[in-house]
Design a protein. Sequence first.
Length: 264
Amino acid sequence: MTPANIEPRRAGFIHDLFTVGRRAIRLTKRDPEAFGPALVVPIFFLVVNIGALQKFVEGNFPGGFDFKGFQLPVSVVFAVTGVSRAGALVVDIQGGYFDRLLLTPVSRSTLLLGLMVADFMLVCALTIPVVIIGLIIGVNFATGFLGMIVFVLLAGMWGLAFTGFPYAIALKTGNPTAVNNAFLLFFPFAFLTSAYLPQESLTGWLATAADYNPTTYLLAGMRALILDGWDGSALLQAFASVAFIGAVSFSLAFLALRGRVRRK
């Protein structure tokens, strides 16, 4: 058999996943300024919202309402939503690196899953400083340290679930501007929900929109960990909302990946 007839040997799914994920993590460490605003902006709004609204809100709700604990999940969700390596993927597409990967026997699904592994680690890393700030300003978790871990994991899963949207746009368009604008998809999720008032206090069309908004149930589950304790129903709904968004976004992302692979 001549060397020309020898086909490259597949390294295996786990090896491919590890390789792609390790490269994504390494590139993330080299580009920390790309993710600085994802941490600074939510912390800024957390401090400003508490300073401006805490007395007013707590003065108009029954005694014991903890506005700090109520707002912490909002800041975390703002910090982790839309954070992904989709911009780096566009660079790979435009520079031809992605096409070169398609000439290798690498598992196609790991080209996305490896990036998502790095995203999950990054999102969890972004959540931890926000939680620490919350503890410093007086937020107490009713579920203790274990609840904090679940809180971070839930935030990480939400951030991971949302990454499918920018990846789908990156693979479909290869356009950095389109990817940067993917965050606009989050605005309906962010503001048509119980971000600033409890769900039962919302009225009219906003109450209806919040009822159908997955973020409402995510926030309720995260708030339960801080304010109420181990509320199984709230947590189940929170994880279900993450699963729903993940199912939609991942389907779009992998369909876009399949379409790009077929074009090569």
